[in-house]
Design a binder for this molecule. Structure first.
Ligand SMILES: *[C@@H]1O[C@H](CO)[C@@H](O)[C@H](O)[C@H]1NC(C)=O
Ligand SMILES: *[C@@H]1O[C@H](CO)[C@@H](O)[C@H](O)[C@H]1NC(C)=O
Length: 380
C-alpha cells in the first residue's frame, strides 16, 4: 500500500481566493489523488484543523425532532467554520446514527453532515465511529398503534416483484467511504489497506512545508477503532500497519505524528482526571466515565514508545472534553459537535493548530455560541 500524501494548496479566507482554490483543487489535486502527494502546510501561517465529533445525523429520522436536530448540527458546524476558518476538518466518527436510519442508503445522511464543510471549500478527512454502520434497530414504538411510518416501506419499482422494501440493512463502511470519496474532491479520506478490512478508515496524510515540500511538518494518522458491524477495537494488524508505515515514512521519528480515531483506548481511563479537571489536564466537562475500546491490541504500546507521537484525539464520550498527558503523549477528547446522540452539554468543536517554526501543537474548544475555552499547548 503506497503512503498517502498529496498537495493541497492552502485555503485562504478570501472568497475569491476560495474560488481560485476550488479551481486549483479540481484542476491539480484531483488527478493526483490516486498517486502519492501531500497536504501542504504554509509555513507562514499555522495549519488549523476543526474536529467534528459525534454528529449523529439521521437519528430518529422518522420523527419531527430528528431531522430538526440535524439542522441544528449544521448550524453548529457552520458557526465553528465561520468563526475559525480552519484549513482542514476531521470528522471524528459517529457522523451518522445508522441504527436509526430506515433507508437503504445512509450516505444521504453522511452527505448532509459534510455539506457545511464542502460548501465552504474546506478539505476534510473522516474516520468511522461505532454508529456509522450499525445495524438498523427497529424502534419499539413502530409496533404501537400509529405503527411503522408509511414512508419507510417504499413500494418497489413496478418492474420488480412488487414486494415492499421493508428491510433496512444499513450501509457498510466501505460503501459509505466510497460514496464520500467518489463524490467529493475535497475529501482526503481513504479506504485503507484491504488487509485491514472490515476496519476501513486507516490512512496517513502528510503535511508538507510550503518552503520545503520535501520536509513534512507533521503526519496525521487516522485509525478505525471499530464498533457497529464488528468489535470496538484497534486490532494488532492495524498496530502492525502503523508500525510499518511509521518505519517507512518516519524511520528516525523526526516528524511529529498526530493521531485520530473515535473510541478512546484503555489508556484514557488511566489518564482521566478525577472529578474536576486540574492541571496539567485541560478541559471543561468531565461528566462521565471513559467508555473505552474492548481491548488493547498493541497500538498504544507503539505510540508511547515513539518520541514523535504527540497526541491522540478521540470522540465517543459526549460528556468529556479534556486533554490529559499520558506518558509522553497527550490524550484528548474532542467536543460533542452534533445535536444527535446522548447528552445536552453545549455543542462545540475542538480545534487543533499546528505551527511549523518552531513546531507546536495548540488546541482549544470553540463553542457554538462563539466562545473559546480550554486552550492547551500539546507540543513541544
Ligand atoms: C447513496 O448516496 C450517495 C450520496 O448521496 C450517492 O452518491 C450514491 O450514489 C447513493 N447510492 C445508491 C446506491 O443509491
Ligand atoms: C426503477 O426502475 C427503473 C427502470 O425500470 C430504474 O431505472 C430505476 O433505477 C429504478 N428505481 C429504483 C429506486 O430501483
Amino acid at each position: 500500500m503506497p503512503s498517502v500524501c498529496w498537495l493541497v494548496p492552502r485555503v485562504t479566507q478570501v472568497m475569491i481566493a476560495k474560488l481560485f482554490y476550488f479551481l486549483l483543487i479540481s484542476a491539480v489535486a484531483l488527478p493526483t489523488k490516486a498517486e502519492e502527494g501531500c497536504h501542504q502546510l504554509r509555513s507562514t501561517a499555522p495549519f488549523k484543523i476543526a474536529l467534528f465529533a459525534d454528529l449523529h445525523f439521521g437519528e430518529d429520522a422518522w420523527t419531527h425532532w430528528g431531522p430538526l436536530q440535524d439542522v441544528k448540527s449544521i448550524k453548529v458546524m457552520s458557526s465553528v467554520l465561520d468563526d475559525e476558518t480552519p484549513d482542514f476538518v476531521i470528522y471524528l466518527g459517529d457522523v451518522i446514527t445508522a441504527n436509526n436510519i430506515a433507508i437503504k442508503n445512509a450516505s444521504l445522511y453522511w452527505d448532509q453532515a459534510v455539506s457545511p464543510t464542502r460548501a465552504r471549500g474546506i478539505p476534510w478527512a473522516s474516520v468511522f465511529g461505532n454508529h456509522d454502520d450499525a445495524a438498523f434497530v427497529w424502534p419499539i414504538e413502530w409496533f404501537s398503534s400509529p405503527g411503522i411510518p408509511e414512508i419507510r416501506c417504499r413500494v418497489a419499482n413496478s418492474s420488480c416483484s412488487g414486494e415492499e422494501e421493508c428491510h433496512f440493512e444499513g450501509t457498510q463502511r466501505l460503501e459509505l467511504m466510497k460514496n464520500e470519496i467518489e463524490r467529493n474532491t475535497l475529501s482526503y479520506s481513504r479506504y485503507g489497506p484491504k488487509e485491514l478490512w472490515p476496519s476501513i478508515s486507516n490512512y496517513v496524510l502528510q503535511l508538507l512545508s510550503s518552503d520545503n515540500p520535501k520536509s513534512p511538518v507533521a503526519l496525521l494518522y487516522f485509525l478505525d477503532s471499530g464498533g457497529g458491524s464488528y468489535p470496538e477495537i484497534i486490532s494488532s494488524a492495524q498496530a502492525e500497519w502503523f508500525r510499518q508505515k511509521a518505519l517507512e515514512i518516519n524511520p528516525d521519528s523526526r516528524v511529529p505524528e498526530i493521531i485520530f480515531w473515535h473510541i478512546p483506548s484503555r489508556a484514557y481511563k488511566k489518564a482521566a482526571p478525577w472529578f474536576g479537571i486540574h492541571k496539567p489536564c485541560m478541559g471543561s466537562i468531565n461528566k462521565e466515565r471513559v467508555a473505552t475500546q474492548e481491548a488493547e491490541m498493541g497500538i498504544m504500546k507503539l505510540l508511547v514508545e515513539r518520541p514523535s507521537a504527540k497526541a491522540i484525539f478521540v470522540g465517543h464520550n459526549h460528556g468529556l472534553d479534556w486533554c490529559c498527558p499520558y506518558e509522553k503523549l497527550w490524550l484528548c477528547f474532542a467536543r460533542h459537535t452534533g445535536y444527535g446522540g446522548y447528552g445536552n452539554w453545549d455543542r462545540g468543536a475542538r480545534i487543533v493548530e499546528i505551527t511549523e517554526q518552531p513546531f507546536s501543537v495548540k488546541s482549544w474548544i470553540r463553542m457554538e455560541d462563539g466562545s473559546v475555552h480550554s486552550e492547551v499547548v500539546l507540543s513541544p
